[in-house]
Design a protein around this ligand. Structure first.
Ligand code: EPZ
Length: 417
């Protein structure tokens, strides 16, 4: 458990390149367990969630090796059907190996997932979809045992556009007998990226990125090489870093289309955002204006940028209403921001943020990946020094954040316990 020590008050200037998308790599690595051939995944971020899912794959018998920023997976040796409980509880996305293991060997057991402290994080839609694909599912003793001698194509309606359930079912359906239709699917860019990887392996998928995804089952898949899309949430975090510090940052190696929601809101707040070829230049023009934000499934404003945006609104001119519609309790960062002088009142799924001219440095704690990012951003703008503890949360989703911020002029250093 370490912390970041930040001395605020410096405007950030310069260029930063973003990593590959963590939330694209995780389902792709899970899907690499599908039989048929090895995978070579390029542009993989060196973050703890990726290390965890690699540990899961290795523990199941896969051969995994880093080749620079690429990861090679050969699942030919996967024999064990039980993913280790400690690893799956550490990271929710590890649960998504269940379907590929089922497609591979007709049986799989896995513990119920853990993950960030942002709500109950149920998996009912995953289970409902796997059952619709023909799996017999038994839950008990904190684990799930699934059996499916044969997976059959089906029509699944997702009660809500769950990213993970959409990905999990799309992957599992690739080797089912017949066609699967996933309705009310999530439309996130990471789902389109996963579909591109699966298509490279020979899967037949259409509609990824829309509300209806069609998967025509094939009898076998092959090997594939794939380059992961840029991380839009890391990019958005740096955009807000420019706005909150009063500086100008060129965020490079992005797909501007994936950041439409964040770009629109920052512009509404008076921040200049210029779109270029694969990059965005973000320039603060004084104190931001307060704007209302409602998180929604893609292409709405992303829930993963709600906490960083709240940090910005804490120093905005005016009052903003921030509503979190995706997770039932994703406001753990509010108390920590209040320790820095923020004026925030939570009412149900909304937070009323009365902007203050400035924040004051304090000792605070990260509670999840994005809350940690929000506190670092607030510390950049705060007067004096802050210490953000429990930084292992941040390391799950950001690679070398302190080095990147330091290269932009921030006074930030890591302190290991
Ligand atoms: C993915 O989580 C991301 N994680 C999250 O990013 C992201 O916040 C989330 O999608 C929403 O965009 C990865 O991709 C690894 P969901 P996921 O299923 O798939 C409810 C980060 O910081 N739900 O779309 O777990 C659920 O409780 C992380 O990088 C059910 O009710 O999110 C939530 O309220 C945090 N039943 C809502 O759906 C289910 O079976 C959206 O969850 C599944 C989900």
């Amino acid at each position: 458990m370490g912390s970041m020590v930040v001395r605020g008050g410096r405007a950030l200037e310069g260029r930063v390149a973003v990593e590959g998308a963590k939330n694209s790599v995780l389902p792709i690595l899970a899907a690499s367990l599908l039989p048929g051939g090895p995978s070579l995944i390029h542009n993989v971020p060196a973050v703890n969630d990726v290390f965890t899912v690699i540990e899961v794959l290795t523990s199941l018998g896969a051969r995994v090796e880093w080749r620079g920023t690429a990861v090679a997976v050969d699942a030919g040796g996967v024999g064990s059907r039980q993913a280790p409980e400690a690893l799956v509880r550490r990271m929710r996305a590890a649960f998504w190996v269940l379907g590929p293991l089922l497609a591979r060997s007709g049986q799989a057991a896995i513990s119920l997932p853990g993950g960030c402290a942002i709500g109950s994080r149920p998996i009912d839609l995953h289970v409902k979809g796997l059952a619709a694909l023909g799996a017999d599912i038994e839950c008990g003793h904190g684990s799930i045992l699934a059996r499916a001698p044969r997976l059959r194509g089906t029509r699944v309606y997702l009660d809500l556009p769950s990213v993970g359930a959409t990905e999990h079912l799309m992957v599992t359906a690739t080797l089912a007998e017949g066609t699967t239709i996933i309705e009310n699917a999530a439309e996130e860019p990471e789902i389109v990226d996963l579909a591109a990887y699966l298509a490279a392996r020979g899967a037949r998928i259409s509609g990824a990125g829309t509300r209806v995804i069609r998967v025509e089952g094939v009898t076998e898949l092959g090997a594939a090489e794939h380059t992961v899309i840029p991380d839009r949430i890391e990019a958005g975090t740096f955009m807000i870093a420019a706005a909150i510090s009063g500086g100008e940052i060129e965020v490079a190696g992005v797909i501007p289309e994936h950041l439409k929601g964040a770009t629109a809101k920052l512009r509404e707040a008076g921040v200049t955002v210029e779109e270029g070829e694969g990059q965005l230049t973000v320039r603060a023009t004084g104190r931001p204006r307060a704007v209302d934000v409602k998180t929604l499934p893609y292409p709405g404003f992303p829930t993963d940028l709600q906490a960083p945006m709240m940090a910005l609104m804490a120093v905005a001119e005016g009052t903003s209403l921030i509503t979190e519609t995706v997770f039932e309790s994703r406001f753990a960062h509010v108390d920590e921001l209040k320790r820095m002088g923020a004026d925030i009142v939570i009412e149900g799924r909304s937070a009323l943020v009365r902007g203050r001219p400035g924040l004051t440095g304090a000792s605070v704690r990260a509670t999840d990946i994005r809350a940690g990012a929000a506190l670092i951003l607030a510390a950049l703008a705060a007067e004096g020094s802050s210490e953000v503890g429990a930084i292992h949360h941040l390391d799950r989703g950001y690679a070398g954040l302190e080095h990147k911020l330091h290269s932009l002029g921030a006074d930030i250093r890591r302190r290991e316990d």
